[in-house]
Design a protein around this ligand. Structure first.
Ligand code: AP5
Length: 219
């Protein structure tokens, strides 16, 4: 199964990708997580991308495309993957198509577009907390950890992402509208797009997602 998850920042792509990846036993390839890890470790890549990420802008296409190209050619991605937060620009979509052609790989099964009203997205981002160690995502109301401030999975400290501050959230939403939304039409024209109403609970959205990827209907 090869999937792309599209959608505004905070709509719930990562939450759903984490669940589906565990169930299907395929990797969740989150460009955001890879980039944040590089920033945390202070690698040359991390130093190069930090300013873009802190201001809510996209990291340059050639950087992200290089990262994804390397990741997808690794053995762990041989049986499929969920691309969470990639593709995000037309140049990235075209580069992914070229990767499939170059490697003779069957292309994507689906591109899932998660959709929810902007007010709900802003609420989700303001309540989000992430594990500083393993990056597991929580929400203070909708998906809290068992012990406040502590990750259920690894015991790491839960933090608020720097780019979840109100001003940066608005910048990220504008970037999404301008640079990523056009991909919805791009994938729709190619017959790959599946829309998922992401405005309901995490469990309900997951049911809708399973119905899309397994071609069944939602109760
Ligand atoms: P990235 O980390 O990809 O951020 P994003 O796309 O902005 O997405 P988020 O992680 O903010 O949100 P999400 O949709 O995964 O929501 P989540 O599941 O966490 O990218 C960060 C930065 O890296 C970018 O700004 C850019 O600089 C750079 N970057 C990354 N990829 C790039 C690329 N391809 N090209 C260029 N630059 C790139 O959920 C949010 C909250 O809501 C959580 O608290 C969760 O618990 C809660 N929640 C989820 N679902 C529900 C629900 N149904 N009901 C209630 N609460 C819910």
């Amino acid at each position: 199964m090869r999937l792309v998850f599209l959608g505004a920042p905070g709509v719930g792509k990562g939450t759903q990708a984490q669940r589906l990846a565990a169930q299907e036993k395929i990797p969740q390839v989150s460009t955001g997580d890879i980039l944040r890890e590089s920033v945390k470790r202070g690698t040359p890549l991390g130093r190069q991308v930090k300013a873009s990420m802190d201001s809510g802008k996209l990291v340059p296409d050639e950087v992200v495309i290089g990262l994804v190209r390397e990741k997808l050619s690794s053995p762990e991605c041989a049986q499929g993957y969920i691309l969470d937060g990639f593709t995000r620009t037309m140049a990235q979509a075209e580069a992914l198509d070229r990767m499939f052609t170059e490697t003779g790989t069957t292309g994507l099964d689906y591109v899932v577009s998660f959709e929810a009203p902007e007010e709900e997205i802003v609420r989700r981002l303001s309540g989000r907390r992430s594990c500083a160690t393993c990056q597991t995502v929580y929400h203070m109301e909708h998906d809290p950890p068992r012990r406040e401030g502590i990750c259920d999975k690894c015991g790491g400290a839960l933090i608020q992402r720097a780019d979840d501050e109100a001003e940066t959230v608005l910048a990220r939403l504008r970037v999404f509208d301008q640079q990523t939304k056009p991909l919805v039409e791009y994938y729709q024209r190619r017959g790959l797009l599946r829309r998922v109403d992401a405005s309901e609970s995490i469990d309900q959205v997951y049911k809708r997602l399973l119905a899309v990827v397994h071609g069944t209907s939602v109760a």
